[in-house]
Design a protein around this ligand. Structure first.
Ligand code: 6PG
Length: 246
């Protein structure tokens, strides 16, 4: 991880979600141009998304010039309970006045995850207006990332060949769990003015500890952002496990 992250630890997942929602509103609200958000999947962001999709915070986000993308997606129909798009739509997007054309879901109705990844890459390039990412011009204003217990981010899992991809913007991921996935690659995730890791729960303590220690074995650690890096964690993920020795 290139930039030394700033860590903020909150007593509870609810306080984490509330404070991160305020932080996002302040950051996005201060932005004058087009805003590209790269949303995280998983379960942790659900409460955050619900807060952003409800008054008063919803009314302080410039939705007409805000675009939503996903850092990864399961290759399932959009109505599938495992869909990251479905979670974000239910918690946030169906409650916010965001134009439909500003919602850039991974096209999981294609023939394969490879087809979906190839098409999503073209979507990203069209939005960006170039076929190569420029260090001084981030694709995203804000990228939200969860942290897997094994230190994965998006669908970049330990020992995956996708970790070594530096040219493609999105890749299919197979053999990691019950369904195929589509993930953005490191260069694409890194092309963000600000990256926020959202980490809650004692199950994440070990991964977060390795992240803080800069363990290169962690996919999360190898992300070299061009922008600022923040970690928003709750105490259960950040605190040392209570001493349980005899
Ligand atoms: C996914 C996510 C994945 C997630 C982590 C943490 O599609 O599952 O993109 O990277 O962020 O696995 O998931 P939880 O928030 O559910 O712990």
């Amino acid at each position: 991880m290139s930039a030394a992250p700033s860590f903020q630890v909150f007593d509870t997942p609810e306080e984490l979600a509330q404070r991160l929602a305020d932080w996002i509103v302040a950051r996005v609200g201060a932005h004058r141009g087009r805003i590209a958000l790269c949303l995280s999947g998983g379960t942790t962001p659900r409460r955050l998304y619900a807060l952003l999709g409800a008054a008063p915070r919803r009314d302080h986000i410039p939705w007409a010039r805000t675009h939503c993308f996903w850092g990864d997606e399961r290759f399932v129909p959009r109505g599938d309970p495992r869909s990251n798009f479905r979670m974000a739509r239910e918690a946030l997007l169906q409650h916010a006045p965001i134009p439909a054309e500003n919602i850039h879901a991974v096209p999981t109705d294609r023939g394969s995850a490879a087809d979906a990844a190839a098409e999503y890459e073209q979507t990203l390039k069209r939005f960006y207006g170039a076929d190569a990412l420029e260090p001084g011009r981030p694709l995203f204003e804000l990228t939200l990332l969860g942290l897997g217990e094994d230190g994965h981010i998006a669908s970049l899992f330990p020992n995956s060949p996708a970790l070594n991809e530096t040219n493609k913007w999105a890749l299919p991921v197979t053999g990691q769990g019950a369904v195929d996935r589509v993930t953005l690659t490191y260069p694409t995730l890194a092309s963000s003015a600000a990256t926020v890791f959202l980490v809650a729960g004692k199950r994440k303590h070990e991964a977060l500890s390795h992240l803080r220690a800069g363990d290169p074995a962690l996919p999360a650690t190898r992300l070299c952002q061009v922008g600022e890096v923040f970690v928003f964690a709750d105490r259960a993920a950040a605190a040392a496990p209570a001493f349980s020795g005899a």
